[in-house]
Design a protein around this ligand. Structure first.
Ligand code: CIR
Length: 259
């Protein structure tokens, strides 16, 4: 498995000025308030910093509507950064600056998924040494094959799961620090694919970002899920990301943690 160095960086990318034109697959387009989105992004970054993460800004891409969703462009496995091959053509230009940013972090090695393989980072969920990959409208068989070939030598097991009800795997499920997979039954093709699956009550509640062993970042749109997880002994930090949720974004997609 790749070496794990003590690091706490978070890659982020300022919202594009045409954010409202972002891709939509499962949601109807509704007006996006750009000023509010910018403010929400500032607050999201501030929450990371307050929890001890140093933000590394990827160069702005003012005309790439979905570039704020930086999670889709790179996936970290310890010291290994896998630059993805975005499934939406409109997003393929995002990866170059993300690669530059990730290379600026000491100790990182870079590999990549290449066309005709496509893979979005939002389809990749790590739970210990298991890497679940959503076979979604964005991630194809060749992308999954390439990821498996890259990760198997590092001791990871890549498990493909069907993803037909949501944009990305992580729009449907994420994992708690103890490895429990949380998700919404409406969005998951087959919960039985996950050894320990916990259903949540709100669609936005499926997304948690582990900021520390007992600290979770969540959307303010999922108060009942936040309350449930607080009841499990987690400290829950919430951020309002309503403008990004209108574009099928969630709390995980706005940063990539490099640990
Ligand atoms: C897209 O359709 O690509 C963007 N509008 C939303 C991407 C959200 N990313 C993610 O869930 N990982």
């Amino acid at each position: 498995m790749p070496r794990r160095a003590p690091r706490r960086y978070a890659l982020v990318r300022i919202p594009a000025s045409n954010l409202a034109d972002g891709e939509l697959t499962h949601l109807e387009r509704v007006p996006v308030d750009q000023a509010k989105a910018d403010e929400q992004w500032d607050n999201y970054c501030a929450a990371l910093v307050a929890e001890g993460w140093e933000t590394v800004e990827v160069d702005a891409a003012p005309e790439m509507a979905d570039s704020v969703f930086v999670e889709d462009a790179v996936v970290m496995f310890g010291d290994l950064a896998v630059i993805t091959s975005p499934g939406a053509e409109s997003r393929r230009g995002e990866i170059e600056a993300v690669e530059r940013a990730v290379r600026s972090i000491p100790g990182i090695t870079v590999d990549r998924i290449s066309l005709p393989g496509t893979l979005d980072g939002g389809d990749v969920l790590k739970v210990g040494s298991t890497v679940y990959v959503g076979a979604s409208s964005r991630t194809n068989a060749e992308g999954i094959r390439q990821l498996r070939a890259l990760l198997t030598p590092h001791g990871f097991q890549v498990v493909a799961v069907p993803m037909t009800k949501a944009l990305h795997l992580k729009s449907a499920v994420t994992a708690l620090p103890d490895g429990t997979v949380i998700g919404h039954p409406d969005l998951v093709d087959d919960p039985a694919l996950f050894p320990r699956f916990l259903p949540v009550l709100e669609h936005e509640g499926v997304a948690v970002v582990e900021l520390g062993p007992d600290t979770l970042l969540m959307s303010a749109s999922a108060p009942r899920t936040a309350e449930m997880l607080a009841g499990f002994g987690y400290r829950v930090v919430t951020v309002d990301i309503s403008e990004f949720e209108k574009l099928e974004g969630c709390v995980t997609c706005l940063s990539v943690r490099v640990r």
